[in-house]
Design a protein around this ligand. Structure first.
Ligand code: BGC
Ligand code: MN
Length: 320
């Protein structure tokens, strides 16, 4: 969708003061939504500079084998990255940077997952970033609900693990350049700016789909993703509006390094355009009521694999 079309579907400019007032009222009534700063301590800039002189050690472009088999990918990781702890946790011994929870919404893409892990684990280690990898799989065969799945994964993983920030990561997007540092940003940051499949061009200004990094408290402030988008598309556009409504900005790294390869897959049929537009156009009335604070789901299984924590989640089914 083009930016102009967007501007027509949603009049999202509400006054920042009014938003703050609503948030305050809401956080008095609800424990989940908070505006409070993360209490965990982020390493200071000075520590970062003294102990984490890693930037010069980055390789730049990463050669990617996009037909790598699962066995090969896992063999590589076991051989060279056995220091990753069970459940997919790693932190550097000699340099402390921010801690990220990487959430990968998933269904039926085993090879993609293996390839993503094969490239992202060594890259995050080179970047000296502490990480936890969470694979959130939707149980059953009902229509996919990526937004609700990511909300559930956020709620569950923040119960289990500490971490300053969260990165929502499509399973089929492989970073092509390790200078695209995975951030714990002061503003929500859209990392997958340039994708090979889209001729390395950002499709539209409000796009936040693909790979999105946010501080935990920012994600809580926007009330997470909508739970209402069933099927392919729209939940990320809704998030872009939430970010604007909250008075936050979308940052992007430069497009010459924020490059990704998209792994091949059968394209999903998009959810009906009309219902997506209808939902989107009501985002300003809906977003405080639809999101983290009303996500109903159940955890069917939680397994710590060597390189990731797998959470199997039942998100229910699409209402008729
Ligand atoms: C969809 C988004 C998707 C984007 C890029 C839009 O039409 O609504 O969910 O990320 O296209 O493919
Ligand atoms: Mn995809």
């Amino acid at each position: 969708m083009k930016l102009r079309q967007y501007q027509r579907v949603a009049q999202y400019e509400i006054n920042r003061q009014r938003f703050k007032k609503i948030m305050k009222e809401l956080s008095n009534n609800s424990t989940r939504i908070t505006n409070s700063a993360d209490t965990e301590h982020l390493p200071s800039r000075q520590n970062f500079d003294n102990e984490c002189k890693v930037l010069e050690k980055l390789d730049g472009q990463i050669p990617i084998n996009n037909v790598l088999l699962c066995d090969e990918a896992i063999h590589f990781l076991k051989t060279f990255h056995s220091d990753v702890e069970d459940g997919g946790h790693w932190r550097s011994n000699n340099c402390s940077r921010h801690a990220l929870i990487i959430i990968i919404p998933y269904r039926d893409r085993q090879q993609h997952l293996c390839i993503l892990l094969r490239y992202i684990i060594p890259m995050l280690k080179r970047q000296h970033i502490e990480f936890r990898i969470i694979v959130a799989e939707q149980a059953g065969n009902e229509t996919f609900n990526k937004g609700k799945l990511m909300n559930a994964a956020f709620i569950e993983s923040t119960k289990l693990f500490s971490g300053h920030c969260v990165v929502f990561h499509d399973v089929d997007l492989i970073p092509e350049d390790d200078r695209n540092i995975y951030p714990c940003p002061w503003q929500p940051t859209h990392l997958s700016v340039a994708i090979d499949e889209m001729n390395y061009r950002l499709q539209y200004e409000m796009l936040v789909g693909g790979v999105l990094a946010m501080r935990k408290e920012q994600f809580e402030t926007v009330n997470g993703f909508s739970n209402e988008f069933w099927g392919w598309g729209g939940e990320d556009d809704d998030m872009a509006y939430r970010i604007k409504l909250a008075g936050l900005r979308i940052l992007r790294p430069p497009k010459n390094i924020a490059r990704y390869k998209m792994l091949r897959h059968k394209k999903q049929v998009p959810a009906k355009w009309n219902s997506r537009i209808k939902l989107l156009s009501g985002v300003n009335k809906r977003f405080l009521l639809d999101g983290l604070n009303n996500a109903n789901y159940s955890v069917e299984k939680l397994t710590r694999h060597k390189f990731y924590t797998h959470i199997l989640i039942n998100v229910g089914k699409q209402p008729l």
